[in-house]
Ligand binder design. Structure first.
Ligand code: GLU
Length: 423
């Protein structure tokens, strides 16, 4: 394994992208720039070994991580992902983006992220439960409702959170619902949490389109990723009479200029595990997806999906980042030069963590809100934050991403400054 230095990222990696984003914003930070190195040094990173007994009797070891990037504004907050490509460097970048995201929408958290390098599709339910419980027990020394609060991310879900909450509670000797969010509603979870990220993506896309004078009705939309974020954003777009002309996931790519029927596609994915084999659209190849004729492109899969060549081919006028870090450094510059508006991840996909915040607040008071109340409060925070960022972008003549980073980094570094250094 090559030595990892925080200031020596793998070129083109998410952490490299993040460090460049911080450099871009530094000239706008005034006196707070004195503290900017804070954002390049994660506060704490834990690597854990997760040994479990597999169903066939073998003992397998998995590597897991929990990184607390910054805790200046409050406890760490961010998801846990299960994926074969998870590395410490990736989790580092994802935790840093949580710091920026939580500050950009002004919820009282720092940033954290966790992950296990595993292909969850190869594990039985029993093995997944063991993996989750052992991981929780290993990271229990640094998580807790006032320390760091995990949540779902790629390939984790409410069931994963139930096992985490149960394991942490068993270790503490009492019920601790607020240690994780994204739990099942039966267990202190919040109504509206599962759909919150996709809903937030839709709300932000709608608002951005409005300011560009682009009516959603009839707008052609392409969505990459058809999991919890992409499928719900696509569904809400279709309900608003936008036309979802192309969808791509791990199993294939589909196009239908007349519009793909999203509820039917969701049913298909439920039974087949992916969009491949759906007959009411034409199967296209992976690269053609990026050049499809559309007005709005929503990458909602993994980081680094939009690289330079893909950025050159995108036909949309508006790109809304449903995933974390889907556009790499080079592509970001190309999209800017091509005049394509990019709504950055740290605002576009913040709906999930915003409703996680509502869940955590509800758990503390053991008093639960209606779904309407949650959706209304989500809309007010999400659109309020988006409008602030738009105004800042106009005032500074910078892209939306830089404006979001200016607002977020100022909040984090102001907290850093008033807290002071100890000792
Ligand atoms: N994993 C989600 C994200 O990347 C949600 C995190 C949370 O709710 O803490 O924003």
């Amino acid at each position: 394994m090559p030595a990892l230095s925080y200031l020596n990222p793998t070129p083109g990696s998410p952490w490299d992208t993040y460090l460049a984003q911080v450099d871009q914003v530094t000239p706008h930070l005034g006196k707070l720039a004195r503290w900017v190195e804070t954002l390049k040094h994660p506060k704490r990173a834990l690597i854990v070994d997760i040994p479990i007994e597999m169903d066939n009797g073998d003992v397998a070891h998995f590597e897991g991580y929990r990184v607390q990037h910054n805790l200046s504004r409050g406890p760490g907050k961010g998801g846990v992902r299960y994926h074969p490509a998870v590395t410490l460097e990736e989790v580092l970048a994802l935790s840093a983006w949580m710091t920026i995201k939580n500050a950009a929408v002004n919820i009282p958290y720092g940033g954290a992220k966790g992950g296990i390098r595993v292909d969850p599709k190869l594990l039985s339910l029993n093995e997944l439960e063991k993996l989750t419980r052992r991981y929780t027990s290993e990271i229990s020394i640094i998580i807790g409702p006032t320390k760091d609060i995990p949540a779902p991310d790629v390939n984790t879900n409410p069931q994963t959170m139930a096992w985490m909450m149960d394991t942490f509670s068993a270790l503490q000797g009492g019920t601790v619902t607020g240690v994780v969010t994204g739990k099942p509603v039966e267990l202190g979870g919040s109504l509206g949490r599962v759909r919150a990220t996709g809903r937030g993506v839709y709300l932000t896309a709608r608002e951005a389109a409005k300011t560009m004078g682009m009516p959603l009705e009839g707008a052609k939309v392409a969505v990459q990723g058809f999991g919890n974020v992409g499928s719900i954003a696509a569904e809400l777009m279709a309900q608003a009479h936008a036309v979802v002309v192309a969808v791509q996931d791990h199993s294939g790519s589909l196009a239908n200029p007349a519009g793909i029927n999203i509820p039917t596609l969701i049913q298909h994915v439920r039974s087949c595990g992916g969009i491949a084999g759906f007959t009411e659209a034409e199967a296209i190849d992976e690269e053609s997806f990026w050049g499809v004729d559309c007005d709005i492109m929503i990458p909602a899969a993994l980081e680094g999906q939009v690289d330079g060549p893909r950025a050159q081919r995108i036909k949309a006028r508006l790109l809304v980042e449903g995933a974390n870090g889907p556009v790499n450094r080079e592509a970001d510059q190309i999209l800017l030069e091509r005049g394509i508006t990019v709504v950055p991840d740290v605002i576009a996909n913040a709906g999930g963590v915003v409703v996680s915040y509502f869940e955590w607040v509800q758990d503390f008071s053991s008093f639960f809100w209606s779904e309407d109340e949650i959706n209304l409060r989500l809309e007010s925070i999400q659109l309020g934050a988006f409008r602030d960022i738009q105004q800042r972008a106009l005032a500074l003549s910078v892209p939306l991403r830089t404006a979001a980073y200016v607002i977020a980094c100022q909040r984090v570094l102001q907290a850093r400054e008033v807290r002071g250094l100890y000792p």
